[in-house]
Write a protein that binds this ligand. Structure first.
Ligand SMILES: [Zn+2]
Ligand SMILES: [Zn+2]
Length: 257
């Protein structure tokens, strides 16, 4: 069993499934995926994800605005607004939020404020926050540290051990995507080796970042076992064992209050 803790279900390429997301999910279940967390990036995603989650017992979703959105979109993600969207049991997390100075340096202050509001909402509703960070590790850690009582997931982890340790010390979980399976990602695998097994999660971040041997192709939730496969080599455990551990970790995370 595997949980895809981060998939953009509203953005998948459904061409191989005649446009049917239900079929894509069915294929993923056949590959052993037992839960899917659909991730919001803008103010519309949550509506589509709520509809999908209402039809599938194994789908939950997050509500939030991505740091690459425009400032006026981020401004609409007030704490109150996020809290109001997060009332359903099907909302498992707040995000994705965070900081991305690689794609956008126009609105750094807005990104920081928006990130802080997501953490605030996460604390109020007692659901984990899903954090994206790119070219912004120091500011990301500073904001996470400033909000000590929050908890969540640092998703699609690609940073160094110092960053991993800082967020682990704050109670966060670390989620690896297909990047950890790439040939040239030995440094990342060396960092992964140091992450305690009880804080480890896996994700596809589909439709991006397909794991080896599908690198460069469009990604989908059914490939999440290949992320577990890469980590199974890192930890010298079976793929099934990594699946079992990361599934249990996700359950634990959702039950933290
Ligand atoms: Zn992200
Ligand atoms: Zn994402």
């Amino acid at each position: 069993m595997f949980v895809d803790t981060h998939c953009h279900l509203t953005m998948l390429d459904l061409t191989p499934y005649d446009g049917s997301l239900d079929q894509a999910l069915a294929q993923a279940r056949l590959a052993g995926v037992s839960k899917f967390m659909g991730i919001s990036v803008d103010l519309d995603d949550h509506k589509k994800l709520a509809e999908i989650a209402s039809r599938h017992a194994d789908v939950g979703y997050s509500v939030g605005v991505h740091p690459c959105e425009d400032a006026d979109v981020m401004a609409q993600a007030t704490t109150e607004y996020l809290v109001s969207l997060a009332q359903s049991d099907k909302v498992w997390a707040i995000g994705e939020t965070g900081l991305d100075y690689y794609h956008s340096t126009d609105f750094i202050e807005e990104q920081k404020r928006c990130f802080a509001r997501h953490i605030e909402a996460s604390k109020i509703v007692k659901k984990p926050v899903v954090v994206h960070t790119r070219a912004a590790k120091h500011d990301t850690v500073d904001i996470i540290k400033a909000e000590q009582s929050a908890y969540g997931i640092l998703h699609c982890f690609t940073e160094d051990w110092e960053t991993a340790k800082a967020v682990l010390d704050c109670g966060y979980y670390i989620s690896f995507s297909g990047i950890v399976s790439f040939k040239n990602a030995q440094d990342l695998r060396d960092v992964a080796k140091q992450v305690p097994l009880d804080r480890l999660l896996i994700e596809t971040d589909s439709p991006y970042l397909a794991p080896a041997p599908f690198r460069g192709k469009t990604n989908e939730p059914k490939y999440v076992p290949y992320v577990a496969k890469a980590l199974s080599d890192v930890y010298d455990k079976s793929v099934e064992e990594i699946g079992r551990i990361t599934t249990q970790n996700f359950e634990n995370l959702l039950n933290l209050k």
